[in-house]
Design a protein around this ligand. Structure first.
Ligand SMILES: *Cc1c(COP(=O)(O)O)cnc(C)c1O
Length: 366
């Protein structure tokens, strides 16, 4: 028997969340972002649920090629572009669109003769100061890309640093719009958070060519919130959780008051307590820094973890779940316990928990 831990991936939830993104952003084309193995959900599974997207966007060229081999025919965008000349040739061979974010990439593009033209997304820095040409250079960089005979369609792109805060993208948007005013290209601006503020961000179409702009929702497609504020939970945004991680109780210990649990003996029983040991640990991707009190569901009832998360096991206080026993079903997060709530208790964000689920946890798509 394999260990009882499994991540169940709900294709209908993925498709529903894509519908939410598309209905928020009518007038724009949608890149469904599937980097990091579709935020831990599996790229091929995710692609099958995202058949209505206009394209898939990711970082990893090997997954882009897998998607082509699995039959995805619509556009695919490499969000960090190419890392070597091999990548440029592979991008041409597999008809990938590429981000160009630096002078080094642009020069390499110009110097590499390719079998076909590539659609390019010129990425500009509007304050994140991570990747992208300085926004003041928008006209020059676009003109240079336009002159290169290997360039297909051009799109102007930026990534907001603060779209998850109220009005947080406004400064960046103003700078972007000023610097690119009048340029005859479509735009790609919105991540998940900005999709929820689409009225202000805009569809990013090109007035002169009629080309539609592109939005780039990621986390929302997986049913987690892009926002940190509790008032904007995934449920309140009408998103459905797409990953449910479940396991089982594999042992139960009875403790007397004053007895302790786990590495470092960080948890002390305050009363006669029943401690369930569950088959999941940090080697499965559960955060080791989740403190005592972080919730799990045991037989559908909330119970707090007690003591340190170890590599393969977590201990849970089930004193108030009297029917809990070996074999009881446990949900770490998913359709009945929001990943964002667990992340919040552990001092992180849903993105990190979803993408950290380890390769040893089998994914089961339903
Ligand atoms: C990851 C990523 C996105 C998606 O961001 P979410 O916050 O998950 O919606 C969009 N654009 C770029 C460039 C990204 O790297």
């Amino acid at each position: 028997m394999p260990r009882p831990i499994v991540a169940t991936i709900d294709r209908a939830a993925l498709s529903h969340n894509l519908d939410v993104a598309r209905s928020l952003t009518t007038g724009a084309r949608t890149w469904a972002v599937v980097k990091a193995d579709a935020y831990g959900h599996g790229v091929v599974t995710a692609a099958s649920a995202f058949a209505d997207a206009d394209g898939l966007a990711l970082i990893e060229i090997e997954n882009a090629i897998r998607l082509r081999e699995s039959g995805w025919k619509k556009p695919i965008l490499l969000l960090e572009g190419c890392f070597s000349s091999l990548d440029w040739h592979a991008a041409a061979e597999h008809r990938l669109s590429v981000v160009i974010h630096s002078d080094e990439q642009l020069s390499e593009f110009e110097a590499t003769p390719l079998a076909r033209k590539l659609d390019v997304f010129l990425k500009f820095n509007t304050g994140m100061n991570r990747l992208g040409f300085r926004i003041e250079r928008a006209r020059d960089v676009a003109a240079r890309a336009e002159r290169h005979e290997g360039t297909g369609e051009i799109t102007l792109m930026t990534h907001f640093a603060c779209a998850d805060e109220p009005g947080g993208h406004v400064d960046a948007l103003v700078r972007f719009n000023e610097a690119t005013a009048g340029l005859p290209y479509a735009r790609s601006l919105a991540n998940s958070a900005a999709c929820f503020d689409f009225g202000r961000v805009g569809a990013g179409g090109s007035a002169s060519t009629g080309q539609q702009g592109w939005v780039r929702p990621g986390i929302m497609l997986y049913g987690a919130t892009p926002f940190s504020h509790a008032s904007r939970s995934a449920m309140s945004l009408k998103l459905k959780p797409a990953m449910t991680v479940t396991t089982e109780v594999i042992a139960v210990q009875s403790l007397k008051p004053g007895e302790r649990v786990g590495y470092g003996a960080t948890y002390t029983a305050k009363r006669d307590e029943r401690i369930a040991v569950i088959a999941c640990g940090y080697a499965d991707g559960y955060p080791r820094h989740a403190p005592s009190g972080t919730p799990v569901l045991v037989d559908g009832q909330r119970a707090p973890i007690a003591g340190r998360v170890s590599m393969d096991k977590i201990t849970v206080d089930v004193t108030d779940v009297p029917l809990a026993r070996v074999g009881s079903q446990v949900q770490l997060w998913g359709d009945r316990l929001a990943v964002d709530e667990v992340a919040n208790a552990a001092g992180t964000i849903g993105y990190e928990l979803l993408t950290a689920v380890a390769a040893r946890v089998p994914r089961r798509a339903v």
